[in-house]
Design a protein around this ligand. Structure first.
Ligand code: UN1
Length: 513
């Protein structure tokens, strides 16, 4: 193991032994399949992690159910106090945990740390929420009666996360779910097990210090079989899944067939629209970050760029200059802007997409190749790409499929209505952004005739949302993080209570014998 990898792992209390247990339910264990954590920058195997066997999974689930019985009795503000301590513990490790994200996932250091910050932020939010998860008192039509709408915890919540945000997305789910009084079982992406182990250790330490059973934040590393077991377990009333549309559709069906609830965070195919009156000094760098940041591996990455004819040449000129200046390389090196794709497979998907563009006669303005020279050849580095496809038809795969790589497709429009129709013309609906200084455009864009996505920005790029508002798509619906998202982590009861000396029926029904 390289010395910098071992320094990062050691600082996060991860053993450097040949095989690391990837299951936690109060105790660390794991004797199932071995998952390899591979550094996308160098190809180095960082660790071998042992996944959960079916028995270990069952044990963990049982422990989580038991832990839930403990947690549900704890007053919510007391749970908030635990979250506050977890927040402090995460913040104290922000630098090194961010570095682990860079090492294992491949995003650059500032973004790795940003992701830890996102977890810290949502903990703050959940601390406040722990005193504000309010129900309602509803006026009853009957004298001496009251109706309460009560939120109570659900039980064990399953959280399945993706490689691209190996820390923050668990944070979004865990913090709200824990504040609500649920136990959580985390099944992370099989290619980022170390981030999950590091986060679980930080949380477990706080839980242990407070005498709370560790299985309130359990971890089950594993592949498809472990994921399926979580999804199909009748003991898990809510499954939160982040990942591909194909898997998301299967998860949705499976959980629905047993009448469980889901939160699905699936793909995005996000567009930025630039009007002639936009401030290009702001818009160009924002599109650059949206398309090239995280090497195009955010759900919210900018994949489509719609430019008004008047500013298109100027915009592309400036954007190409930024692309030409991009510092590519090791994500842990200060100043790097473009790290590797997460996996070899992703490089193949990138190459196929570029090939399809070429075949269909698209003009490739820049990029289109894997970086092979020197040290870059060992990692999954690809050139950020700008293409002008021949057709603007949103039913074409080029426009309507999400490619998780830094490829930006550009089209030119003459009026905003056209651009909005293109924006809305794809099956995904996560994020979108309009660049303009004309308030009439803004009114249209955020209203009923405007963008149909779940995140609708103005003079702000498609990616990098804050935690305060709910995060999620329309058309592929799901709501996580802030806003009203917490309401999904509870079961609601309508409680009619009679404080009077008679028992009248509702709707004036007379059933006297
Ligand atoms: C994701 O890509 O799965 O808005 C989450 C953003 C981040 C979260 C992205 N705050 O880009």
């Amino acid at each position: 193991l390289s010395s910098r990898a071992s320094n990062i792992l050691t600082a996060l209390d991860i053993p450097l032994s040949s095989e690391i247990p990837g299951v936690y339910d109060g105790q660390w264990k794991g004797s199932g399949e071995v998952l390899e954590s591979i550094c996308p920058t160098t190809g180095e195997v960082l660790a071998r992690v042992q996944a959960a066997t079916p028995n270990e999974l069952q044990e963990t689930l049982d422990k989580s159910k038991e832990a839930y019985l403990y947690l549900r009795k704890m007053p919510a503000p007391k749970r908030g106090e635990i979250l506050r301590q977890i927040r402090e513990a995460l913040a104290a490790k922000c630098g090194v945990l961010g570095a682990l994200v860079s090492l294992e996932m491949g995003k650059i250091k500032t973004e790795g740390m940003g992701e830890v910050q996102e977890f810290v932020d949502i903990c703050d939010y959940a601390v406040g929420l722990s005193r504000m998860m309010n129900g309602r008192v509803v006026a009853s039509e009957r004298p001496g009666h009251s109706i309460l709408e009560m939120p109570n915890p659900l039980g064990v919540v399953g959280v399945l996360t993706a490689f691209n945000f190996p820390v923050a997305v668990y944070g979004w789910n865990f913090s709200l779910s824990f504040a609500a009084g649920n136990s959580n079982i985390w099944k992370p992406s099989p290619s980022t097990p170390l981030c999950a182990i590091a986060v679980t250790k930080i949380i477990a330490h706080v839980l242990e210090k407070n005498g709370i059973p560790g299985a309130v934040s359990a971890l089950v590393s594993g592949g498809k079989d472990v994921g399926e077991a979580v999804v199909n377990s009748p003991d898990i009333p809510l499954v939160s899944f982040t990942g591909s549309e194909t898997v998301g559709a299967a998860v949705g069906k499976a959980v629905q067939s047993r009448f469980g609830k889901t939160i699905l965070e699936l793909g995005g195919n996000n567009a930025s629209i630039v009007m002639p009156d936009a401030d290009l000094l702001m818009a160009v760098p924002a599109v650059f970050f949206g398309a090239v940041g995280t090497a195009g591996q955010r759900c919210t990455s900018t994949r489509r760029l719609y430019l008004h004819r008047e500013i298109a040449p100027r915009f592309l000129n400036a954007l190409e200059k930024l692309y030409a200046s991009v510092r590519v390389g090791d994500p842990l090196v200060e100043g790097t802007l473009l790290g590797p794709l997460h996996s070899r497979a992703a490089v193949g998907i990138y190459s196929d997409a570029v090939h399809r563009l070429r075949e269909q006669g698209a003009q490739i303005l820049t990029g289109g190749q894997k970086y092979e020279q020197d040290h870059l050849g060992r990692g999954n580095f690809v050139q950020p790409t700008i293409a002008i496809p021949k057709s603007t038809d949103t039913t074409d795969t080029i426009w309507n499929a999400e490619t998780f790589a830094p490829i930006l497709n550009v089209a030119i429009f003459d009026d905003l209505e056209q651009a909005i129709a293109w924006n809305n013309g794809v099956p995904q609906g996560l994020s979108s952004s309009l660049w303009t200084r004309d308030m009439r455009n803004i009114g249209k864009w955020i209203g009923p005739e405007g963008s149909d996505t779940g995140i609708v920005n103005v003079n702000v790029g498609t990616s990098g949302a804050e935690i305060g508002a709910a995060f999620g798509g329309n058309k592929r619906p799901g709501r996580e993080s802030g806003g009203d998202a917490w309401k999904q982590y509870v079961r609601w009861s309508a409680c009619t209570i009679n404080f009077s000396d008679s028992a009248p029926l509702a709707q004036g029904v007379d059933f006297s014998a």
